[in-house]
Ligand binder design. Structure first.
Ligand code: 3H9
Length: 693
């Protein structure tokens, strides 16, 4: 074995050269890897003792793509295209030996090899779309030549990782070799190719599949239509589709040019920058500077949940889905039965949609036990309280838990608003108390805010983050403050949305602007969906807010067909003349002269105070880093991922502009717009949130 460079080795056995890449963690195509590939292949090609060349990787995976951290930096090293040309034009058979995942540029390299073999657990995919890109090294031109236009469309627009067996069926992999024996399997495959004198296939020359799709523009039109809702706002899916169209309609070389042109456009745009940032943010969020990886954790084998309402039930499903037994405690039998039957129904509905077998439904429901006594939680490792939001009730529950639950367990509250430091005082073990703020519907929403209180121990925090990962959540560690991170920022947007309506905008104007920005719905549509009468009673209504006035008119939201909007029987919303009149009366009562408010002002007034609040959160150290705040907003509040989260967006538009607006509004409308000190100092230093360490 001889080293080609720091990440590549070449060995020759029986006339077969094996080029081995070893560049942890995922063998991404960094400059060193590209150099190693170019030199390694050249050297094997030049060696007369070599008859075929196998490319294999060390570590957990085959090449997982281009090195995303190199994007936007000055290029160095061999170009990927040159590497691909060397491999594809090689007169000796070249074979990619795949384990783990061959993704993006990794699969594109494999597609320039004449053959591909993989172990049964291997997967292949072109996931560039998930970072706002398209496969820019020929993937969109070669894949449809193997898989056909329809399958290629699906793969490049979803980024799915296709299992080896399916790859074999579509011809993406030529042979499956035994698990754990990749190198030897690939070498014997190479010998077979030589013995059988198999022709060296260049995928670029196989036109039959793309020709079959030529003259069928409906393939693309139908696909666009079927996915319009899912792709709304994103550039990358559309650009990926155009590339597959180019593969179908243009000769290979021209298709490749079109792919490069569109790739560069995406690469230089803000959407991909945002999505690449989110890729790293999702991985960073698990890293907690004061909680080292080797912090001891509590093994969680049994979970207790207090409250069988919507929240408690949803939370329980998360654990059952991960195979962890859960006991749900309620005070009354009918409430418990109701809660358990809702869970059962949810599972059955998932099964009806084909996403779960009835066998799995039974298994999961069997993991959930109902109880009417807290005593049944005594041997739980984690207890999550999900009773209604009242400090006295919560403290009473925690005092009882303290007396019942074994020492060493985690005692968590699902509060979204109450002070967890205060809840912890109800126990003699505040170090065990933590907030686990799930988002509704708790079995669906990916976000979990893990709220550390003053005395929460590191073990309890580490255990909470670990369990979050186990149940498939993305968790952000935050501190105790009103609304924590997510709702605290939301409050800014809600306040401004309401004020804008008083000043002259209509709810549907505000909703439209935020929808066009990329949110799934605006704040007023959201209120209608949740129900305007949540927490509202006729007796206590003072008719002082817009909501009071609408509820007094029995406008309760989507559930009774009228709220801010009027709804038809299919729940389609349209602006309501009644609401409009109520708003006008409301303004008149307060002597407000409605003014015309531009879309730009609506957007800025809703979004900039959120950025400012995010800065205050960082200043108060209630979030570890700006990107954690973005993770919260993307995964819990529908912030469009292609805009990177409020903090990324602040950097993108420029913090100086945000600060100038906050100052202007502060002087006009008061201190709710007071700029954060951090925002001021960042602007003074010409920096952004990205520069914070
Ligand atoms: C592309 O290929 C463009 C080409 O078409 C065109 C070129 C002209 N680069 O996810 P993990 C890091 S675009 C740099 O926790 P897992 C990651 O940040 C690329 N770094 O592991 C993390 O670092 P840290 C197309 C990368 O086992 C560590 O590796 N490819 C890259 O759960 C471990 O990652 C993709 O989009 C990268 N490409 O999952 C694939 N990938 O430890 C992206 C990972 O410091 N990658 N890192 O936090 C993945 O989907 C997953 O990482 C993978 C492993 C499935 C491979």
């Amino acid at each position: 074995m001889s080293a080609i460079n720091s990440v590549t080795d070449l060995s020759i056995e029986d006339g077969i050269a094996v080029l081995t890449l070893n560049s942890p963690p995922v063998n991404a195509l960094s400059a060193a890897v590209r150099d190693g590939l170019a030199d390694g292949f050249r050297s094997a090609i030049a060696d007369p003792a070599v008859n075929a060349i196998v490319l294999v990787c060390e570590g957990k995976t085959f090449i997982a793509g281009a090195d995303i951290s190199e994007f936007g930096k000055k290029p160095s090293g061999a170009s990927l295209y040159d590497v691909q040309d060397i491999i594809e034009n090689c007169a000796k058979p070249t074979i990619a030996a795949i384990h783990g995942t061959a993704l993006g540029g990794g699969l594109e390299v494999a597609l320039t090899c004449h053959f591909r073999v993989g172990v049964p657990s291997a997967r292949c995919g072109l996931p560039e779309v998930n970072i706002g890109l398209l496969p820019g090294a020929g993937g969109t031109q070669r894949l449809p030549r193997i898989a056909g236009a329809a399958k290629a469309l699906e793969m490049v627009t979803t980024g799915q990782h296709v299992p080896a067996k399916a790859c074999l069926e579509m011809g993406l992999i030529d042979e499956i070799v035994p698990e754990g024996n990749l190198r030897a399997g690939a070498v014997s495959f190479a010998k077979k190719v030589l013995a059988e004198k198999r022709p060296l296939t260049k995928v670029r020359d196989s036109d039959a599949k793309v020709e079959a799709a030529r003259g069928h523009p409906e393939i693309f039109a139908d696909y666009r239509k079927a996915n319009a809702k899912k792709f709304r706002g994103f550039l990358a899916p559309e650009y990926n589709i155009r590339c597959i169209e180019a593969a179908v309609n243009l000769p290979f070389a021209e298709g490749l040019k079109e792919e490069r042109r569109l790739f560069l456009e995406l690469m230089n745009g803000s959407q991909s920058a945002a999505q690449r940032y989110v890729f790293f943010a999702e991985r960073q969020v698990w890293k907690m500077p004061d909680i080292p990886d080797d912090t001891p954790t509590i093994p969680v084998a049994k979970v207790g949940i207090i409250g069988a309402g919507t929240m408690g039930g949803g939370i329980a499903m998360n654990f059952a889905n991960a195979g962890i037994p859960v006991t749900i405690v309620e005070t009354a039998k009918d409430a418990l039965d109701r809660g358990l039957s809702v869970i059962h129904r949810n599972y059955e509905n998932t099964a009806k949609r084909g996403r779960l077998t009835m066998d799995e439904v039974e298994k999961r429901t069997a993991l959930i036990t109902g109880s009417l006594t807290l005593e049944d939680l005594k041997d739980c490792d984690l207890v999550i309280e999900a009773v209604f939001e009242n400090m006295d009730v919560k403290k009473e529950v925690f005092a009882k838990l303290d007396a019942i639950v074994k020492q060493g367990a985690v005692l968590a509250t699902n509060t979204s608003a109450l002070n967890i430091d205060e809840i912890a005082t109800a126990t003699k073990r505040p170090e065990a108390v933590i907030g686990l703020h799930f988002f509704s519907p708790a079995n669906v929403m990916r976000l979990l805010e893990v709220v550390r209180a003053d005395k929460t121990s590191k073990t309890v925090i580490a255990t909470s983050m670990q369990i979050a990962r186990r149940i498939g959540k993305i968790a952000a560690l935050v501190g105790v403050c009103p609304g924590f991170v997510g709702n605290r920022i939301l409050a800014q947007r809600q306040r401004e949305a309401q004020k804008l309506v008083l000043e002259g905008a209509m709810p549907w104007d505000v909703d439209r602007v935020l929808y066009e920005f990329g949110f799934p719905m605006g704040p007023f549509a959201m209120s209608d969906l949740a129900g305007l009468d949540i927490g509202w009673t006729k007796e206590k209504s003072k008719g002082e807010t817009l909501r009071d006035m609408l509820c007094e008119l029995d406008r309760r939201g989507q559930k009774n067909g009228k709220g801010f909007y009027d709804y038809d029987e299919n729940r389609n919303a349209k602006p309501s003349p009644v609401t409009e009149k109520v708003i006008e009366e409301f303004r008149a009562k307060r002597g407000i002269n409605a003014r015309k408010i531009s879309d730009e002002e609506i957007l800025e007034r809703c979004i900039y105070p959120m950025i400012n609040e995010g800065a205050k959160i960082l200043e108060e150290k209630k979030a570890i880093r700006a990107s954690d705040i973005d993770i919260v907003w993307i995964n819990g509040y529908g912030w469009p991922v292609y805009r990177g989260g409020p903090m990324f967006y602040g950097d993108l538009i420029g913090l100086a502009r945000v600060l100038a607006k906050m100052r202007e509004w502060q002087s006009q409308m008061g201190d709710v717009f007071k700029p954060s000190t951090l925002l001021e100092s960042l602007v003074a230093e010409g920096k952004g949130f990205k520069d914070l360490k």
